[in-house]
Write a protein that binds this ligand. Structure first.
Ligand code: FES
Ligand SMILES: [Fe+2]
Length: 374
């Protein structure tokens, strides 16, 4: 029997919100890049975006730029977007398809999709030169649940170790075989942590989300992951067989074989640091957060459906997309207001409610990650 605790049972033991510099300081963001975003596994794409050799995406993470590409042997690989000759950024597009190679725009050093240096104009003019010494820097890359994950560390903790607590947890939703039925990107004028804290509690739901509150009672449900890098649980969905959609009805075929109990639940998890997973019986919604500046975050949302849903009578993706788009905007608005407020000279950490226990747990995880040396 799974153990779920309502947030008030978990409690916050007097914990307060983070100090202002956590949201405002460029130095803190630089340290977050060093201690968190350069060390943790980051979700960069869906694997089905790399269906043929040469398909690529480029991701900017702090000062790093990473090319994620499907190589000739149909492996998804990642390389730093950094020429080994004079250090030039190679690829300036954010997605596309390379021919068979990746060529630097400066002196035309040319790399294979696997990162090997394969072409150097006037190669004999380099002293003691060996191409094998200058491949693109490899970035660790794995696929899990249909998502592509990279880790910028030179010797990252293995994905299976980092994700051990949740490796099989989401199997019921079959995310590896789901397909994208919609995408929305947002730029939010708020620190990335304010967005996670907001996602992690429903104390605000009755105030700003009348739509969500009608379908999922804000005090309902409980959490089964309550400390550490993976946090979250579920809320009840009241409409029998319903879902979190504009109409309140399911907007796609079931993505798995769920118990009656799970059909009446929406599960919400934070996968530290930047993935928010919203699991419904008829679709999965994913947020990934990309800090741009202390007070600015790019948020990418995707709605994933059972492949048989696409084009079927049961499929009404806009019903789920519009619901979350509105809910997102309601959340961005208060997150942006919080960002404005914490810039005040009189801001001081305020008390968390026990109903914000998961936001407080996220902050503890954040502080641990920031304090971890090495
Ligand atoms: S810097 Fe890339 S080829 Fe010279
Ligand atoms: Fe919200």
């Amino acid at each position: 029997m799974k153990q779920f605790l309502n947030s008030v049972e978990i409690g916050v033991k007097g914990q307060k919100t983070l100090p202002a510099e956590a949201y405002l300081s460029a130095e803190v963001l630089a340290l977050e890049h060093k201690r968190i975003f350069s060390r943790r596994w980051l979700c960069v794409a869906r694997a089905d975006e790399f269906s043929k050799a040469g398909d690529f995406r480029v991701r900017e993470i702090g000062n790093e730029s990473v090319i994620v590409v499907c190589s000739q042997d149909h492996q998804i690989r990642a390389h730093l977007n950094l020429c080994r000759h004079r250090g030039t950024r190679i690829c300036t597009k954010d997605r596309g398809t390379f021919s068979r190679t990746i060529q630097c725009p400066y002196h035309a050093w040319t790399y294979g999709l696997d990162g090997k240096l394969v072409g150097v104009p006037d190669e004999t003019q380099f002293d003691d030169f060996c191409r094998d010494d200058y491949p693109l820097h490899a970035v660790e890359c794995v696929v899990w649940e249909g998502f592509v994950w990279i880790n910028l560390a030179e010797e990252p903790e293995p994905f299976e170790t980092s994700f051990a607590p949740v490796l099989n947890k989401f199997e019921a939703w079959n995310m590896g075989s789901l397909v994208c039925g919609g995408r929305r990107n947002y730029e939010v004028a708020a620190n990335w942590k304010l967005i996670v804290q907001n996602y992690s509690e429903c104390y605000h739901c009755a105030v700003i989300h009348p739509g969500l509150t009608r379908m999922a009672p804000p005090k309902s449900g409980g959490n089964d992951l309550v400390e550490g890098p993976f946090l979250g649980g579920y809320m009840d969905v009241t409409e029998p067989g319903g879902s979190l959609t504009e109409s309140g009805r399911a907007c796609g075929l079931p993505v798995g074989a769920f118990s009656q109990e799970d059909i009446q639940r929406a599960y919400f998890y934070v996968l530290f640091p930047h993935l928010l997973l919203s699991l419904h019986h008829d679709y999965v919604m994913v947020h990934t957060l990309w800090p741009l500046e202390p007070g600015r975050t790019r948020v990418e949302c995707e709605w994933l459906f059972h492949p048989d849903s696409i084009g079927s009578k049961k499929w009404n993706p806009d019903d789920g997309i519009e619901f979350w788009d509105r809910t997102n905007r309601e959340d961005w608005e208060v997150s942006e207001l919080t960002q404005l407020g914490v810039t005040s000279s009189r801001y001081a950490p305020g008390p968390y409610s026990n109903r914000e226990a998961m936001s407080a747990a996220f902050d503890r995880q954040y502080v641990r990650a920031m304090n971890a040396e090495s």
